[in-house]
Ligand binder design. Sequence first.
Ligand SMILES: [Cu+2]
Length: 324
Amino acid sequence: MNFGENVRSKLNYLSGLAIALPLALLPRLAFAQGAPDSAAAPAAPSYTPYGPDMIKGQPTPGGVWFQTQHSPVGKDALWMHDTFLAPTIIGISLLVLVLLIYVVLRYNKWANPVPSKVSHNTTLEVLWTGIPILILITIAVPSINLLVEQYQSPPKNAVTVKATGSQWYWTYSYPDNGGFEVVSNMLPDDQAVAKGLPPQLAVDHRMVVPAGVPIRLQTTGADVIHSFSVPSLWFKLDAVPGRINERLLEIDEPGIYYGQCSELCGARHGYMPIAVEAVPMERFKQWVLSQGGTINDKEDIVPAGAQAASAPAAAPAKPDNSQA
Ligand SMILES: [Cu+2]
């Protein structure tokens, strides 16, 4: 019968296939033990994380000043601190100290037995009101500019990374690149030291991002409030359950930048460090593919080093509303 023959020939074909397929695949399987999927799809490129020689942002023993800054906003803020704030604070403190010492020595009851009866002095009162006003106005101008710069909204083509704080680790997801996730836990001290990395800061999987392009870094908390903080990038943003906070992050050059959770979040709050690995765009794409992610056309549009061109254009932007 036609129908029966048809079925029999299909079955023969299928059984032939069942024998032939394993035979055809056997040599490949034998040689490709590490990558069983290599026959189906092009192998995911491997990625070697940066070594200790690339560490650029980390605390130093006995350090009291700010860490060297590696982001445009960090450099501006550090300049503001070093040029305006620190000299003003140190100057006022020294002036008050000198005046106090002078008064103590010159007007004590032995050096000055008959005290002056003067109750006010108009010139002096105008000066001690006017000079602080001038100082405050001088500080206000760069200060407000810096505030606006720090809360600049990320541009549309920024690469999005979402950092979720959990008790007690970070999860980084990449919604623009297929939505894959990286869970980042602190390395035990002995493993960190063996790799030449700083103990209590080194992690098993770093947050890899492209350097020289705008990044839209979003934070949220999975359980309690955490805070994503990397001092050498001048970046600190609370990670609050039930809401997304967002800030522009720009990293000038490739390197490893360490930070820590900066909101008391429980027993192991001190053991959920942040390790940011900033890499050139080509290397970032390679890393994304190695994680099973996809390349977004944003990464093709944004050329490496684009932040130099995009930052002045975005500077007059309104303050970020999402922070309100
Ligand atoms: Cu935390």
